[in-house]
Design a protein around this ligand. Structure first.
Ligand SMILES: Cc1cc2nc3c(=O)[nH]c(=O)nc-3n(C[C@H](O)[C@H](O)[C@H](O)COP(=O)(O)OP(=O)(O)OC[C@H]3O[C@@H](n4cnc5c(N)ncnc54)[C@H](O)[C@@H]3O)c2cc1C
Length: 433
């Protein structure tokens, strides 16, 4: 059955969310606009505004909805979560207000899946309550896309693991209470069994943040950077700091990305929709050559191309969420990779047109378009580069095909025509063909 309807009771929740995000979360975006601000748990002013908003979200039963019911979530399923994330994507602060900010969501997922009871009590609980933030420390300065290049290692010394090496782009490390660090524990094992995950409290001696690297939307001179370049100098943690078993680092890392990528993709839809709304308003407000921008065909092209691209992408993401909800585990893998590829391209294209339609104003920091536009390259890299995901899409698609049985393709017309002639030989002969 194909059905694009939303249940009326759930639509009411979405309507509440849309109004709440616009009226209550977007003011936080304006007051605390730096990318790191939602993660800065020490900022008393932003936290004072945040706390009562979170209570309202909890009263609505919408707090940390990505979690399964066993962890206090609603068990909504991915399709509903996708629709919710579309709304959250309109505001930088909304995921923090609703308890669904990355990378804490992914870190919470792997703690829930692989954590011992003691690890859950110490790290998962305060994370779920939104009292702390965490970091996922995997990428290294010499290699990101291919984890087989990682060299940061942990060696066993008595009843401790000793971590030695560097990590790069450990987001929000400066604000985190603990880091989940991917380390080589058995360099001689098969490539995908060499690594393990360790949970490292931020106060552990030997953690050195070399610098907080600033992205395009952050000012290095104002120390706004949020991407931690970290050196782990003989950092010691007890043996029970391991998340999962030794050698399970890849498995644990994979577990945190599935649903999260779909949510992320829908947040991009929400952001692009807001840029699209701005584009349409501008086209109807501004005049040139004696007529409105909206009456010029180039501008109509911008609007039509953006609407089509956005709608195609939205449907792809919703279908992916539906597959996760309705088909066996793993069935959505190729679709998730498609969403990951498309999200960076769609945001790039829609934002480029929106900036262009706003003329000089579009290039300033006086609208949200500039920072969103500068976000596009990050989207094409975070969680793995576009090229790697494209290769995964191609491999997934090719799995459903076989090579041609002979010299020519199965669609080769002379070969097929000969087969058709042989099939109807008697009839064709009867009619003199
Ligand atoms: C905003 C942001 C936040 C991030 N947060 C985190 C975080 O919290 N924790 C963390 O551990 N990491 C994080 N990362 C790092 C991210 O995972 C890496 O940037 C990503 O995996 C790519 O690694 P790299 O940057 O080293 O690029 P490289 O591996 O050097 O790749 C560079 C380019 O080479 C090409 N390339 C690479 N591999 C292939 C291939 N197989 N086929 C074809 N071309 C290829 C692609 O064009 C790619 O963009 C974050 C990145 C960004 C941008």
């Amino acid at each position: 059955m194909w059905d694009f309807c939303t249940e009326p009771e759930f639509q009411e929740k979405l309507d509440w969310m849309a109004a709440f995000v616009r009226d209550e979360c977007e003011p936080l975006d304006l007051l605390f606009p730096r990318p790191g601000d939602p993660y800065d748990v020490q900022n008393k002013a932003s936290r004072a505004i945040l706390a009562p908003l979170r209570e309202k979200v909890k009263e609505q039963g919408l707090w940390a909805c990505h979690l399964g019911p066993e962890l206090g979530g609603q068990g909504f399923g991915q399709l509903k979560l996708a629709l919710m994330n579309e709304i959250l994507g309109r505001s930088q602060w909304a995921p923090t207000v609703f308890g669904t900010a990355a990378p804490d969501t992914g870190n919470a997922e792997i703690l829930a899946l692989y954590g011992t009871e003691a690890q859950k009590a110490r790290y998962l609980q305060p994370l779920l309550e939104g009292n702390i933030v965490s970091t996922f420390s995997m990428t290294e300065p010499q290699g990101g896309s291919d984890p087989k290049e990682f060299v940061c290692k942990a060696t066993r010394d008595g009843d401790e693991w000793v971590i030695d090496g560097e990590k790069w782009f450990s987001s929000h490390a400066r604000y985190a209470s603990f880091f989940i660090v991917m380390v080589v524990t058995d360099p001689d094992a098969k490539p995908y069994e060499r690594m393990s995950m360790l949970i490292v409290p931020a106060e552990t001696p030997g953690i050195e943040i070399i610098r907080n690297v600033a992205t395009m939307n952050e000012r290095d001179d104002l120390d706004e950077g949020t991407e931690g370049y970290i050196r782990y100098n003989q950092v010691r943690v007890p043996l029970d700091a391991m998340l999962g078993a030794p050698g399970e680092g890849f498995k644990v890392a994979q577990a945190r990305l599935g649903g999260g990528r779909v949510h992320h993709a829908m947040r991009v839809v929400g952001k692009c929709q807001r840029a699209f709304d701005m584009m349409c308003e501008r086209a109807l407000s501004r005049r040139t050559q004696g007529k409105l921008l909206s009456e010029h065909q180039f501008v109509q092209g911008f609007i039509a191309d953006s609407a089509i691209q956005l709608q195609q992408f939205r449907l792809l993401v919703l279908q992916t969420a539906w597959i996760i909800d309705n088909q066996p585990h793993g069935a959505a893998r190729t679709h998730i990779a498609m969403c990951k590829v498309a999200l960076a391209a769609v945001l790039h294209d829609v934002l480029q047109r929106a900036v262009q339609l706003h003329g000089s104003l579009g290039t300033t920091q006086e609208t949200p378009l500039g920072p969103w536009w500068a976000y596009a390259p990050q989207l094409a890299l975070a969680d793995g580069p576009t090229e790697v995901h494209k290769a995964a899409v191609a491999k997934g698609m090719l799995r459903g095909y076989d090579p041609a049985p002979g010299l020519f393709p199965t669609e080769h017309i002379p070969t097929r025509r000969a087969a058709a002639r042989a099939r109807y030989a008697a009839l064709l002969e009867e009619h003199g063909l």
